[in-house]
Design a protein around this ligand. Structure first.
Ligand code: NAI
Ligand code: MG
Length: 357
């Protein structure tokens, strides 16, 4: 039976469209090689250029339009001239929240020793999956700004940790650890954050009672940041809050090859709503339009998408192809030390992928 996956494309701004184009090329190639899979695409022109023209980041009925898709594939959003809090809240965060994409899945995987600045570390030392809470916590947007501009001015930024929100992300992480037979590490900060993180730790322990087969560790975020650099091998599956996950995964990107290789999926595990797949990097205005953006992070997102739709073989083949293309310096973009264009990397990628099949 033919499996059909409906994909909404939001290429966005800057290098977003340049890298998404390569990801779509890879999806087309998969479709050609796999008789059982087909993709349909519809492109939405939303983003900052759209905003500058129409005063809105996305159409008013944008969420309704996206609802009928199985997945959203996004490039990057943000551009000079449009305040970042507008582009972020009115498009990306709106999608994440409306579609209850409460899991942010960030692989921190070293594909080749030459891509880590850490001495004497190889693939076996850095291979983790960071599961970041994506719907509440420190990024709930709750707070107050009192006595603005007055000497007694006070600003409150409130972390929101609901039982439902905390339990579901921690449970998701335990399930993932069980399924992949890996250890699970919770990262929090209960010594200083005496409400939210004490609660987080309690829930981690409570839910853990249902998973006696999963080996767990619990670290404070400051110590964990140190270990991400000094001893990343301790981590396999990691679960953490929105803010801590944001910061830790940037350390993760730094130790595995930088933004050109970092990817993240925004998942609604219940599949009630579409999930969203995107490279971690932004629109890179400094190199946009030059055709030299590295498309490998966006292509890694396609691997995550295949994984989400239970096409494990394809997700693994894409990763294997990334591992093999990064050895071909001539076929990489300048950020990875090569001279190739975005388009050339995409073409070469498909060549290797097709040969592996
Ligand atoms: P950025 O990720 O766009 O760029 C940071 C640096 O990394 C730049 O020097 C850029 O050239 C380089 N870089 C990033 N991706 C690359 C790629 N694929 N290939 C080669 N080099 C790459 O971050 P920046 O400059 O802080 O933000 C630019 C805009 O992007 C802002 O408006 C920001 O709000 C937005 N942004 C959007 C994100 C999203 O859509 N999820 C995430 C991060 C930033
Ligand atoms: Mg970030």
């Amino acid at each position: 039976m033919m499996k059909k996956i409906k994909i909404a494309l939001i290429p966005g701004d800057g290098i977003g469209p340049e890298v998404v184009e390569q990801g779509v090329k890879v999806l087309h190639a998969i479709e050609r090689m796999d008789q059982g899979l087909s993709f349909t695409f519809e492109t939405f022109p939303w983003g900052c250029e759209y905003y500058l023209e129409k005063g809105i980041m996305m159409d008013a009925n944008g969420i309704d339009l996206l609802q009928k898709f199985d997945a959203i594939y996004l490039g990057a959003v943000g551009y000079p001239g449009v305040p970042d809090h507008i582009s972020l809240w009115d498009l990306l965060l709106k999608i994440r929240k409306s579609f209850d994409q409460y899991v942010n899945l960030r692989p921190v995987t070293l594909l080749h020793p030459s891509f880590t600045p850490l001495k004497k570390r190889s693939e076996k030392d850095i291979d983790m999956l960071v599961i970041r809470e994506n719907s509440e916590g420190e990024y709930a947007g709750a707070g107050e700004w009192l006595f603005k501009g007055k000497p007694e001015e006070v600003v409150l930024q409130t972390g929101v940790f609901s039982r439902k929100g905390t339990e579901r992300i921690i449970r998701f992480a335990y399930e993932e650890a069980r399924k992949s037979q890996r250890t699970l590490t919770s990262i929090s900060k209960a010594n200083a954050l005496n409400y939210s993180m004490v609660f987080w730790d309690e829930v981690f322990e409570e839910v853990g009672k249902e998973y006696p087969d999963v080996t767990t560790f619990s670290y404070l975020v400051d110590a964990a940041s140190l270990y991400f650099v000094s001893d990343p091998g301790r981590f396999e599956v990691v679960v953490t809050s929105n803010l801590f996950g944001d910061i830790l995964t940037d350390i993760g990107a730094a130790i595995t090859g930088g933004l050109g290789l970092a990817t993240g999926a925004n998942i609604n595990p219940e599949r009630e709503f579409p999930s969203m797949f995107e490279p971690v990097h932004g629109s890179a205005p400094d190199i946009a339009g030059q055709g030299i953006a590295n498309p490998l992070a966006a292509i890694w997102s396609v691997s995550q998408m295949m994984d989400f739709f239970d096409e494990k073989e394809w997700s693994e083949k894409i990763l294997a192809t990334i591992s093999s293309i990064i050895l071909e310096t001539d076929n990489l973009t300048p950020d990875l030390g090569g001279k190739a264009t975005t388009n050339e990397v995409g073409d070469r990628f498909i060549e290797i992928l097709s040969r592996a099949t």
